[in-house]
Design a protein around this ligand. Structure first.
Ligand SMILES: [Zn+2]
Length: 209
């Protein structure tokens, strides 16, 4: 059995690219190792052709501890992944994609959170209520990812989210999971919910009782 999480990330990236969720070099993915370090995608790498050498291993103190090309740098969004791991110690993987639907649904409200429809699919994100009233937090985008990371740390320290995900306006969605395999499920569930919301608005279907 291969326990290197990079192969799980590579397979997920291929799927996400095919879905149009990681167009060009968009998005970033990471997975933690038992020693607290984590693999993260190299800055500016194409996601449909990822290989194990397109990852950099970061120590928990934010320094690079392994890279294959001295000219490679970790994703510019590494600080966001660090903020997630620091805030949620059980998280073992963090996936971030730039999908059209995540950007559209974030524009359905000007508030700091978006109510999600009470779909059965939410159970896959750990929501067990029969008629769930779930919100996904929304953060403003910043030119520098450090601004996004600071917002995530500050808000979630005081107000932990009810689902392991958040939106960044006009940017995309971030999710984190206790098992690397679960992170792909979470992204697929979120995108299903977002597609449903966009389609429902298109055909004038009321999604809340
Ligand atoms: Zn991004």
């Amino acid at each position: 059995m291969n326990t290197d999480p990079r192969f799980t990330l590579i397979a997920a990236a291929h799927l996400f690219y095919e879905q149009g969720w990681m167009a060009g070099t968009a998005g970033s993915m990471s997975a933690r190792l038992p020693d607290g370090s984590f693999w993260i995608t190299v800055r500016g790498c194409a996601k449909q052709t990822l290989t194990p050498s397109d990852f950099i291993r970061m120590a928990s103190d934010g320094t690079v501890c392994q890279r294959y090309d001295p000219d490679d740098y970790p994703s510019s969004e590494t600080v966001v992944h660090e903020a997630v791991y620091a805030t949620f110690p059980k998280a073992q993987a963090c996936y971030h994609i730039h999908s059209i639907e995540s950007n559209l649904v974030a524009r359905f409200t000007k508030a700091e959170a978006l109510r999600l429809p009470p779909l059965e699919m939410l159970k896959g994100l750990g929501v067990s209520e029969e008629h769930p009233q779930v919100e996904i937090p929304i953060f403003p985008n910043h030119g520098r990812a450090s601004g996004i990371a600071a917002d995530i740390s500050a808000r979630f320290e005081t107000y932990p989210p009810t689902i392991p995900a958040c939106l960044i306006r006009d940017h995309g969605v971030v999710t984190w999971a206790p098992l690397v395999e679960d992170a792909q499920n979470y992204i697929e569930i979120l995108e299903y919910v977002f597609r449903y919301m966009v389609l429902a608005r298109n055909i004038n279907v009321e999604i809340f009782d």
